[in-house]
Design a protein around this ligand. Structure first.
Ligand code: KG4
Ligand code: ZN
Length: 347
């Protein structure tokens, strides 16, 4: 089954053709980062306008690269929630138009379900400790999704049944990376820049708080982010900024965020008895996080899946992967489909 998938929830316009939920025939993404960089973050109206301008050509290119045509597509899938509402609406209406004009089923896909499904794509990697290398990821498993807008530990009971075990009470991990990076004078989005800078730093140099949460599987990153911002701010005010070792600030921050993510995931896995973990979302591209999660999983004998770097950030291939399972479960929509800024993964 060939699915044409569309993703426009934030600042990437992406279209992909995915076969049977795992084989990527094409994945074309137009990023708006260069434009939003000027403002230090995503400007929603600009995002919607750019999606509007490029969605047709991105789709045409995805079809061309997949060596296919609209009549040969079996269904159209679209990311409909969560995200920036104006941005989502562009993708949703475009998908509706194609589905209606071509008489194809329309499949709405929750964006975070999509991130999790990036691990179903053929190119997802595993540490292969407790499983055969050729064995693809199947539910049930525990998913850690870390993106610019979300940080969740989810029990994936089946391809379409989810239970959230822990979530962020304030900033998402990626958001904390971006805000801390901004305070360090790094360009938007700062996660990758912290990752690179931290490679020359000492993560033990600056002690940062390890926040406590009432539900031990929840996350809270705003105190940690503020501690970094205060460290930078105070050193500037006292004329000591030059003495601050910025790569070590980056390393200490990254180490603390990643330790929190990994510790909570490992404890949720131990409690749930789940022995397979799947990492996903933009922050899943972080080299330090990938490393320490892999080490922990290896030590515990857990199977770990991580998407290849191309499929960590927002992309339509992951939407096509999840759409296949939504379709098999009968989750299609008619032309009244709407977009929603926030909707639970378990909806
Ligand atoms: O999944 P994504 O593309 O968009 C959302 O759905 O939010 O995630 C974007 C986030 C940004 O906050 C970006 O800074 C972060 O992923 N990110 C990273 C790295 N690459 C991207 N964070 C840490 N280390 C990285 N290497
Ligand atoms: Zn995302």
């Amino acid at each position: 089954m060939k699915i044409l998938a569309i993703e426009s929830s934030c600042d990437e316009t992406s279209c992909a053709v995915v076969e049977n939920g795992s084989r990527v025939l094409s994945n074309v993404t137009a990023s708006q980062i260069e434009e939003h960089k000027l403002y230090g973050g995503v400007v929603p109206e600009i995002a919607s306008r750019r999606h509007c301008e490029c969605i047709v050509s991105v789709c045409e290119l995805a079809l061309e690269r997949a060596k296919t045509t609209l009549p040969e597509i079996d269904a159209v899938a679209v990311s409909y929630s969560p995200g920036l509402i104006g941005a989502l609406l562009v993708g949703v209406n475009f998908a509706k138009g194609i589905a209606l004009a071509c008489g194809k089923p329309l499949i709405p896909v929750h964006h975070i379900r999509g991130h999790i499904a990036s691990n179903y794509l053929d190119c997802s990697e595993t540490n292969n400790q407790a499983g055969s290398p050729s064995q693809p990821l199947n539910p049930p498993f525990l998913a850690l999704v870390v993106s610019g807008g979300h940080t969740t530990i989810t029990h994936v009971k089946s391809y379409t049944e989810f239970e959230v075990i822990g979530t962020t009470l304030d900033d998402a991990a990626g958001e904390a990376f971006d805000k801390a990076a901004r305070a360090m004078g790094l360009p938007y989005p700062g996660g990758l820049h912290i990752d690179i800078l931290a490679q020359n730093g000492d993560y033990n140099k600056y002690k940062l708080p390890f926040p406590k949460t009432e539900n031990k599987h929840d996350f809270s990153f705003s105190g940690l982010k503020t501690a970094v911002i205060n460290l930078l701010h105070n050193s500037k005010q006292s004329g000591q900024f030059e003495k601050l070792d910025i790569p070590s600030v980056a390393a200490s921050f990254q180490h603390t965020v990643c330790e929190i993510l990994v510790k909570k995931t490992m404890s949720a896995a131990a409690e749930s008895g789940m022995r397979t973990i799947a990492l996903s979302g933009g922050v899943a591209a972080n080299s330090y996080l990938r490393n320490i999660l892999e080490q922990n999983c290896r030590l515990s004998g857990y199977r770990l899946f991580v998407p290849s770097l191309e499929y960590c950030g927002d992309n339509a291939a992951m939407i096509g992967a999840q759409a296949y399972h939504e379709f098999l479960a009968g989750n299609t929509a008619d032309s009244t489909l709407n977009a929603y800024a926030a909707r639970s993964i378990a909806f």
